[in-house]
Each structure stands twice: as structure tokens, then as C-alpha cells.
Design a protein around this ligand. Sequence first.
Ligand SMILES: Cc1cc2nc3c(=O)[nH]c(=O)nc-3n(C[C@H](O)[C@H](O)[C@H](O)COP(=O)(O)O)c2cc1C
Length: 198
Amino acid sequence: MHVLTVLDHPDPASFSAAAAQRFMQGAQAAGHSVELADLHAEGFDPRWSKADIAGQGSGADLADIAVEQARIARADAICLVFPLFWWGMPAMTKGWVDRVWNWGWAYDQLDDPERSLQKTRSGVLLIPAGARSDKMETQGYLAALETAWTAGTFGFFGFSPRRLEVLNGSTGSLARREALLERSYQTGFTLPPPHPSK
Ligand SMILES: Cc1cc2nc3c(=O)[nH]c(=O)nc-3n(C[C@H](O)[C@H](O)[C@H](O)COP(=O)(O)O)c2cc1C
């Protein structure tokens, strides 16, 4: 498979950047080709604008969006790597999702998350998070993210299967972080092929 990894972090020395690298190493070890979209390094503009509204669904997307869509078109699997910010996506990823996966290109049915205009792609969210996993479970945050992202958003984009890997304790000890990086590698190494859920 050809695997696109989309990284959202301004610091190349960050844990998120390391997780993306280890994920890609795992994918390569499994025989896949890899490609990195480093949104901060590339200066992607996450601001949804009037030009986006005019372009969406017209087949005449803005130049920066066309570049992102071409990368997606090449991919059989997509991994988004971003740190959990206030139980959601940082602004860069949010803007990339809002602008690139637009109405008329990614989806047009608004009522069925299993229907996308895009071909089926294997999808992974690799999410470093400061919080402990038990806290995220007992307080309902994990279920909320599963609902919003796994049951919702990423079905509209044709991600199937879709997998949410929260890397809890990303700000913890060296040993903890190394274990999480090994999990990132294994996530790449065991990436499932795309298969429609229906
Ligand atoms: C603005 C901001 C908001 C954050 N919100 C959350 C949060 O809601 N839940 C959580 O577990 N961690 C939260 N964190 C912690 C980050 O997820 C953590 O710092 C990050 O995963 C560390 O990875 P990095 O070194 O790649 O930045 C937040 C951090 C920042 C800077």
C-alpha cells in the first residue's frame, strides 16, 4: 500500500514528530511505501475562507487544496498524527480536514457516515495525549472521541477500517514514551488493508 502520514506539529523534535516517524518505519518494514505531509513545515494555511466556499463542489479547488487532494488520491491508507488539544484537534489539523475534505469532493450525503465520494482507504488516528488512559475512559473522553471521529467524521472520508490510537502519557517518563513509540511502530507495521464496512 501507499501510506500518507499527515503530521501536525511545529517542532521536528516533538513527541508527535517522533511518533509519525516510527509509524512510517513500521509501515515501511511491512513493505508499504510512505509519504509525509508535514503541515507546519509546508506552511499549510488552515483558515477556511470565502474562497473555499466558492470552490467547494465546483471541481475548481484552490491550488493549495488541489496539492493536498493529489496526495490523498495517491494513498491507500492515511494516518493523521496530532497532539490532543482540549479533547479535540489542534487548529492546523482541524483546518486541513475542513478545507481539504470538502463537500463535493469527499462527501455529499450528509446523513450516512459510511458513504463517501472517496475510495475506501485504511485510516488511523495516532494521537499523543498528556492524560492517562484510565481518566479518559472513566470520564467519557475516549467514548466522545470514538463517537465524533470513528463513528462520525472519518467515515464520511471513506476511512475503513478506521482506528483511533490514543498515545496516553506522551508527556511522561522516557520509558513510557519509548513504549508509546513502539506502539506507533506496531500500528504502522500492522496497518490493515482498506475494506468497506458495508
Ligand atoms: C493547548 C494544549 C491543549 C492540550 N489539551 C489536552 C487535552 O485536552 N487532553 C490531553 O490529554 N492532553 C492535552 N494536552 C497535552 C498534549 O496532548 C501533549 O502535550 C502532547 O501530546 C505532547 O506531545 P508533543 O511533545 O508532540 O507536543 C494539551 C496541550 C496543549 C499545548
